[in-house]
Design a protein around this ligand. Structure first.
Ligand SMILES: O=C[C@H](O)COP(=O)(O)O
Length: 281
């Protein structure tokens, strides 16, 4: 069972079971430092695509080849979730791009985690900067959504990241720690959470963070998580980078030790997404 959990991406759950196992036997060969994090690449299609364009994306995903050791998730506009769920290759998981914090009721235009589970969708992207900025989602609301989605059995890509103004004011760490703390205030288990660090100034602008800039924030965040949540969570949680990732820059970004994958916008609509999926050598 532990091996199965490792092969899936429930690494933290596996790690905790292993810890229990290691404490109860003297011959355990597993140690925390040996546990790698599975590379995870998400394609966030945002509000793009008609059914025929989506079928073209599905065609290049089917053609691949897609690295088997990378977990792949596509974030699909709500109206096409069912279609993509039925037509995506088996190794490509499907995510919604948002969901609300209650299971049903008078919330016109919203969709709930229960509805997503009902059509077999197991992932949701929450707290994307476009939701935070255009739709004024607060840290508190994002955290409530994360908590409610997890309690309904969804797995979550939780997005954080600073604006250009915040970076220039030297507030990058303060912002990403604050956004993560808001989530930490509402959840206990991080097994089913992937964090996507997406500096807002790099989204859709062609200005990718350099591998060093991204690594610096990922490392600082992991250290913060170790001190403020737990060393186990810090060691196991996957932190994606997002912001103008392309087939051309993915490989160097993927070589950074604390970058565990990507959340890709524009390039996820194009065949180069396959190169991004395969960026971790
Ligand atoms: O969710 C994805 C990010 O917003 C990145 O978008 P981008 O790759 O188009 O810069």
């Amino acid at each position: 069972m532990i091996i199965k959990l490792f092969q899936s991406s429930h690494r933290l759950k596996a790690q905790q079971l292993l810890k229990k196992h290691c404490n109860s036997t003297t011959s355990c060969h597993f140690h925390q430092g040996e546990m790698g994090r599975k590379f995870v690449v998400g394609g966030n299609w945002k509000m793009n695509g008609t059914k025929s364009q989506i079928n073209e994306i599905l065609a290049f995903l089917k053609q691949g080849p897609l690295n088997e050791s990378t977990e792949i998730i596509v974030g699909v506009p709500a109206i096409y979730l069912d279609h993509v769920k039925s037509n995506a290759p088996a190794n490509v998981e499907v995510a919604a791009q948002n969901c609300y914090k209650v299971d049903k009721g008078a919330f016109t235009g919203e969709i709930s985690p229960v509805m997503l589970k009902d059509i077999g969708v197991n992932w949701v992207i929450l707290g994307h900067s476009e939701r935070r900025q255009i739709f004024q989602e607060s840290d508190e609301l994002v955290a409530e959504k994360v908590s409610f989605a997890l309690s309904n059995g969804l797995r979550v890509i939780a997005c954080i990241g600073e604006t250009l103004q915040e970076r220039e004011a030297g507030k990058t760490e303060e912002v990403v720690f604050r956004q993560t703390q808001a989530i930490a205030n509402k959840i206990k288990d991080w097994y089913d959470v992937v964090i996507a660090y997406e500096p807002v100034w790099a989204i859709g602008t062609g200005k990718t963070a350099t591998p060093q800039q991204a690594q610096e924030v990922h490392q600082a965040l992991r250290q913060w998580i170790s001190q403020n949540i737990s060393p186990d969570v810090a060691n196991s949680i996957r932190i994606q980078y997002g912001g103008s990732v392309t087939g051309a820059n993915a490989q160097e970004l993927a070589s950074q030790p604390d970058i565990d994958g990507f959340l890709v916008g524009g390039a996820s609509l194009k065949p180069e997404f396959v190169n991004i999926v395969n960026a971790r050598q």
